[in-house]
Design a protein around this ligand. Sequence first.
Ligand code: SF4
Ligand code: ZN
Length: 290
Amino acid sequence: MKCSKCSSKAVFPGYCKEHYIEYFENKVKDTIEKYDLISKEDKCVIAVSGGKDSIAVMYLVNKFFGNVSALSIDEGIADYRASTLVDLKKFCTEHNIPLVIKSFKKEFGMHLDEMVKKTSFKPCHVCGVLRRYLLNKHSKDFDKIITGHNLDDESQAILVNLFRGNPELMARLGPSTGLRKMKQFTQRVKPLYFLTEKEVMAYVILMGWQVGFTECNYSGISYRSSVRDLLNEYEMNHVGTKANVVDHFISMLPSLKTKFASNGEPSLCKCGEPAKSEMCKTCELLLQIK
Ligand code: SF4
Ligand code: ZN
């Protein structure tokens, strides 16, 4: 099969290597522009795990805007995080990107692996709450947190909140998260929003980067993993399902955000981070784990 833009051999449906890379990078650029995700003046920190998505978004935001920093959270997951951090450190050194790593062990006194033995909460719940907390806590000097969420991640998150009957959490999704700008929360934005996991994987492989594709040991036992399997099956039988979920969601998003926007500022927990009630979700969770 030939590339749709030149006479070279296609390496991905419709494109040769050069034109696939061009297609991918233009799509990221268009998403940033259309949804006003990043401006030249923004000081950006990339939330990086060392996986393909965060490496791709870090490279591109650095290429388009320059001057980015990277922040990684080491949750303490045996046989998984250590190897992704090796790839990440190497990549950041090669691309001159300053990297800061914060760990659950140092910040909360325990690895995630230890925490999950002491609670009935699912590992991904604990991991998600604590990771979001540390990202917000350590990004106060930045205007934007850039994440590597792709179309697969977002279509899963939309369905998880739909299936669980949680429209308020759904309203916080979208290319830029949150219901409105608040000084206590650094805004998180997702430049890979309209690219599928397969597309990101193809980009990373074609760029020749050394990125591991191993999955976290806990990913298979989360609620989200059953939604992911369901969506993958639908996508296989009905191509375009994931994009349809996201496109439909985007059309509803303005009214969802208006419906759930509250005017009051969040209160501050004794730890210094924003909270809906007296105590933030992280402090509440830690009380139940220790
Ligand atoms: Fe954390 Fe779950 Fe992701 Fe593993 S799969 S890194 S536990 S959110
Ligand atoms: Zn707190």
